[in-house]
Design a protein around this ligand. Sequence first.
Ligand code: NAD
Length: 497
Amino acid sequence: MNLIEHFINGKITKGSSKNKSKVFNPATGDQSAEVNLASKADVDQAVQKAKQAFTSWSIKPPMQRARIMFKFKELIEKNSDELIKLIVSEHGKIYEDAKGSLARGLEVVEFACGIPHLLKGEFAENVGTDVDSWSIRQPLGVCAGITPFNFPAMVPMWMFPMAIACGNTFILKPSEKDPSCSIKLAQLFKEAGLPDGVFNVVNGNKEAVDALLTNKDVVAISFVGSTPVAKYIYENAAKNEKRVQALGGAKNHCIIMPDCDLDQAVNGLMGAAYGSAGERCMAQSVAVAVGKIGDQLVKKIVKKVEALKIGPGMDKNSEMGPLVTKEHLEKVRGYIDLGVKEGAKLVVDGRNIKLQGYEKGFYIGGCLFDNVDKKMKIYKEEIFGPVLSVVRVKDFNSAVNLVNDHEFGNGTSIYTRDGDVGRTFASKIKVGMVGINIPIPVPVAYHSFGGWKRSLFGDQHMHGPEGVRFYTKLKTITSKWPKGMASDPEFVMPTLN
Ligand code: NAD
């Protein structure tokens, strides 16, 4: 059985713990590997190595850090097929989707290549007579990232390229469900010239996470995952005096206005609801039909959901792959059973599909509920599967209120031809990432990614300018050179005139 270990101080490392977790190929349902789960001692060792590496990495000129980042970018491009296949084999998503997610992660590396410019501070001459003042941003120390299963390359790449380019060292604790991609990225970063100890990967579960949360040498934690764990991370990181950004779950609404181009909206919705089998934090899992558009909308979607091509991620004909694990498949099936009990109308039922030759794989077909009500659990909770709920409302204001009253606020979209409606929506909606005739409004790397409400605990979004702010601290210096006679002591608050 293939064993996946840790990557500490530039080397594959076994670790001291005997605990292991199983890794599966979701397409076949077979176990493909075991992953070592780090003990507290393993995590502490990685943190010590990262702390030692910080001394020299943090003072390396940003341009030299950027050159390593450029080389890393080249190596990711050269090894992209292998990285994509690792994503497909452990996560299950289709090859082209995995390729897209790697490209979105690579964007952040490209952005981080500009770090000398991004770290430039501000300078003000003569804030008082012969007094100058300037500000600089300096790295924090050892930072850690804890990431979810659904984007094994992209989400870690939202974090570590930015942290490392800013002069920090980093410990990544990827999801134990699909850890191989992170190890490969660490090996490529080393090949690019990154000094040992700057980027480390420790595999593990809650024990490893708790070790990171309580280690006093870890100064900042970035987390992406479900809301209950995000809240736990936020509270415990803060309690241990760490900087923290903790991104949680989502329930994203796509508003379909009666004036929209319906075919465009339906095609957008299909990709956003069923792409990656709905295992995306930016998946559109609620379609809000405004006014009389509901019947037409449902009719058009039904046909497309029934025609979805479901199969292994490596099959070029597949449009949707399996879910990540058997447990997750059962959880999603459970939500569909619940929706039926709650009284929603299950218009397309994908629960019982069987794929010849892949009978043990974790597949489920696309599911569509109509007449979903805001009191239902299938509306309130994140299902994280290929399940779209249609909620019907009378007008635009009711649609806005529905979105604003939901506990999550990650992403949302509106389909309309009316510019004023689009603009009002963007202004009034209490959500972090908004699309207007764009189904999945994931910001590019030079903007920042993050939700509102219980989709993000903390103050800063990820990557882009917010990433630079999160991974650096601000210092402001005020200086005056001695000139002639020493000045007399002053006992009042200086006003620098
Ligand atoms: P998860 O919360 O189960 O796990 C995320 C990470 O936390 C993993 O590394 C896991 O090992 C660790 N973890 C799990 N339970 C823990 C515990 N009790 N204590 C400490 N650490 C723990 O999430 P997941 O199932 O891997 O990922 C899916 C979730 O992630 C969904 O809710 C999805 O919306 C969310 N997500 C959010 C975003 C975003 O940007 N907001 C992006 C991607 C995924």
